[in-house]
Write a protein that binds this ligand. Structure first.
Ligand code: UD1
Length: 351
């Protein structure tokens, strides 16, 4: 029996491990253990996703919680190393995406000579002021296996000296998650609950430090939102909530709601006229669905969503002009719902 750790920490990770968990659990040779570091802990940011995605309770919970980057990273490293040393060491550690736990668990695992696979490897925004870019670069400098979502990621890794045989272009795992849940999402009409009508509203999400940590910047964004001629539904991330509460007059067309579970959130996105966001994953989900997405960032680590998909990078200044020109785009190669199956074959060959 080979033990595999699936590491997750924050909201987007839960979506990425779910298809892999469901694909691998069918193999009796593998003992799967979900390790939740505890970075996200509110019900709506964590357990709601386990419920929606039919995941069992985590086998190990490290209880790390909030803190500065160094605190979060250091505590995750200490707790994960302890887990591996005290219990049976895993034969493979799978880290996903680019959150602090991706970096922390990769370092802790490599220092005790464990094999690490990075799912969603090779993405680069080339903006090192983003904590996620630092996490991606460090994890990708010491992992053993690199599972990539797009060919640009392969090129980035090759340029950084990763050996070609370590890289596998497996496709986009987030699209597996959508395909796995598509029936349930299509049966839900979450917009009704909020008094909205189909394709007659906008979904807004904001949580990047550059967009939400400065009150002036957030106020400026709200000023632009006020000028949009559709209702704008805004599931608010805890990070954003603190500053949003300081703004005296929020736009009348803005509908603030709690963070949503996966099914409700994807139901809102798939029935929206368009999406304004600064998220990583939403750029991909909207590309798959052909829903126009306006990403409030200067750079993206997912350029294929712009060159092929429905995404456009915008600034607060040009947002109102750019929403006049939405695009539908196409679906990139291997964004087909079969990524977890491709990974299963790779793991079978290696363990
Ligand atoms: C983290 C990830 C980011 C990812 C995002 C998705 C890193 C560096 N960042 O950012 O890549 O896109 O998750 O959501 O790993 N908080 C709560 N309840 C929670 C979680 C957080 O109140 O369940 C509060 C924290 O106390 C903190 C703030 O939200 O004040 C930010 O949380 P944190 O986990 O540090 O980073 P995110 O901004 O969520």
């Amino acid at each position: 029996m080979k033990t595999i750790h699936l590491i997750c920490a924050a909201r987007p990770n839960f979506m990425k491990i779910a298809p892999l968990y469901h694909a691998l659990k069918k193999e009796s040779r593998f003992k799967l253990e979900i390790v939740h570091t505890g970075q996200h802990y509110d019900y709506q940011m964590s357990q709601a996703f386990f419920d929606d995605l039919n995941l069992p309770l985590p086998h190990h919970h490290l209880g790390v919680g909030s803190g500065t980057h160094a605190e979060q990273t250091a505590q995750t490293m200490i707790a994960y190393e302890k887990l591996c040393l005290e219990k049976r060491k895993p034969d493979l550690v799978v880290v996903v995406g680019d959150v602090n736990a991706t970096l922390a668990c990769t370092i802790a695992a490599k220092k005790i000579h464990l094999q690490v696979a990075h799912l969603e490897a090779g993405l680069r925004s080339f903006d090192r002021t983003m904590p996620e870019e630092v996490n991606r670069i460090v994890a990708d400098s010491i992992s053993d296996y690199y599972w990539t979502p797009s060919e640009d990621a392969n090129e980035n890794l090759l340029k950084e000296g990763v050996r070609p045989e370590q890289i596998s272009f497996v496709g986009n795992i987030m699209i597996d998650t959508y395909c796995m849940m598509q029936n349930k999402i299509e049966q839900k009409e979450t917009y009704h609950q909020f008094g909205l009508s189909r394709q007659n509203y906008v979904v807004l999400t904001l949580h990047r430090p550059a967009n939400v940590d400065s009150l002036d910047r957030l106020e400026l964004t709200m000023e632009k939102i006020r000028q949009i001629d559709l209702p704008v539904i805004f599931p608010v991330h805890p990070r954003t909530k603190k500053n949003l509460e300081q703004i005296e007059q929020l736009p009348k067309n803005l509908k603030i709601i709690d963070p949503q579970g996966y099914i409700d959130f994807m139901s809102l996105v798939s029935n929206a006229a368009y999406v304004i966001s600064d998220s990583g994953g939403i750029q991909e989900e909207t590309t798959y669905l052909g829903i126009p997405c306006f990403t409030l960032r200067d750079t993206t680590e997912r350029p294929i969503t712009v060159t092929v998909g429905s995404n456009q990078l915008v600034s607060v200044d040009n947002l109102l002009d750019r929403i006049q020109y939405p695009k539908k785009g196409e679906i990139p190669p291997l964004w087909d719902g079969k990524t977890a199956e491709r990974i299963k074959i790779l793991i079978r060959d290696r363990l």
